[in-house]
Design a protein around this ligand. Structure first.
Ligand code: GLY
Length: 369
């Protein structure tokens, strides 16, 4: 068993080795054998998580060099404020908003404001949500009639933090995504088509899950994060939904605390895990534990179990004699449907494990993020 302080040291070592690695784009996913990053020149939907790692490193260490790096990388996202993708929520919350929330950084505040304004420009008041958009970083079915649950994390935090009209948009956007994607039993369907004139549900499907009716691991995790971000900002209307979705996670997560890539893959246990979905779920449970006192113990225990399983079995070195550089979170599954990075290090998995570790260590109040 490694302790969490040691795990955080490994994560920080990985931040340093990533900073030292040649290459100019944003770290996107890496080969776990050698830690070499595949990069995205403009940040895809994932670039904000690299900035997020740097903001968290600055918080943990107090080292101003990390803050400078975070500012430099986040500033490169500014041009994305007008991209026609709801995933700007990921870019500008994790890339900038958390730098404001944790460190009151003025550069981060300004960038977060630009991203929030860009999201507001995409709002469809008739359908009462922000659609995926024509440039959403999914392989198919994007545009003005499509939605997926991945559109909640970050988007909800940015809009509610802004208040006023933006907060009203956040409430509409979240209500609609719950209606479109959350099933009665609390499981989450990733994607939905809707009527852009009324917002009515036309069909449920998936972009990255195993089939149209499945529960893809990250769909459940992203819903938990989005709902927790709303509760954390006083939106008690969503409390029952948050509990329903989190309880489904607890009832269906494997006994060892590490999610498979899709809860409905018939090949389980002989299929890929998704360490990133697991880290997302754990980070969300820590927020909900802080926000819902009657479920605190259950949610915190489940989060601890998942985090301990990740740091002991999935974070390099994963076994005695493992010579790989420390701090690679292995076995994330980016996109099993098209075969992209199915057992790799994923930058957002690294981020959520780091956030959860810092929350468990008392370095940050998880509901602030
Ligand atoms: N679209 C976000 C994800 O793949 O998790």
């Amino acid at each position: 068993m490694i302790d969490r302080t040691n795990a955080i040291a490994r994560v920080l070592a990985r931040v340093d080795s990533t900073l030292a690695q040649p290459g100019s784009g944003f770290p996107h996913y890496a080969d776990p054998a050698n830690g070499v990053w595949v990069r995205s020149p403009a940040g895809d939907w994932t670039g904000g998580f690299w900035c997020g790692m740097l903001w968290l490193a600055a918080l943990r260490t107090g080292d101003a060099a990390y803050r400078d790096h975070a500012r430099d990388w986040a500033s490169r996202l500014r041009v994305r404020a007008d991209s026609n993708s709801v995933f700007k929520g990921f870019l500008f919350w994790y890339g900038a908003g958390i730098g404001d929330a944790l460190l009151a950084d003025p550069v981060a505040r300004d960038l977060a404001a630009a991203g929030t304004a860009g999201l507001m420009r995409m709002y469809n008041p008739r359908a009462r949500l922000i659609p995926l958009g024509t440039e959403a970083e999914e392989a198919f079915d994007v545009g003005a009639n499509e939605a997926n649950i991945d559109a909640l994390p970050g988007t909800i935090a940015l809009l509610l933090s802004r208040g006023g009209d933006a907060a009203a948009v956040a409430r509409d956007h979240l209500r609609q995504h719950v209606a479109l994607c959350v099933r009665d039993d609390g499981s989450v369907c990733q994607s939905a088509s809707f009527d852009p004139e009324t917002g009515a549900l036309l069909r449920r499907y998936t972009h990255k899950g195993i089939h149209e009716n499945s529960t893809w691991g990250r769909a459940q995790g992203w819903a938990m994060i989005g709902l927790a971000q709303a509760l954390a900002r006083g939106e008690t209307e969503f409390r029952a939904d948050a509990v329903r979705v989190a309880d489904w996670w607890l009832a269906n997560i494997p006994a060892d605390g590490v999610a498979f890539w899709d809860f409905d893959d018939p090949a389980i246990p002989a299929t890929e895990r998704d360490s990133s979905a697991t880290a997302i779920g754990a980070a969300a449970l820590l927020k909900l534990a802080a926000l819902i006192p009657e479920h605190r113990e259950r949610y915190e225990a489940a989060a601890r179990k998942s985090v301990d399983a990740l740091v002991n079995g999935y974070l390099t070195p994963t076994a005695p004699g493992d010579a790989r550089q420390p701090g690679i979170l292995t076995e994330g599954c980016f996109n099993k449907r098209n075969g992209t990075a199915t057992a790799h290090e994923l930058i957002w998995g690294d981020y959520f494990l780091f956030e959860a570790l810092l929350a468990l260590e008392g370095d940050l109040a998880p509901e602030r993020l």
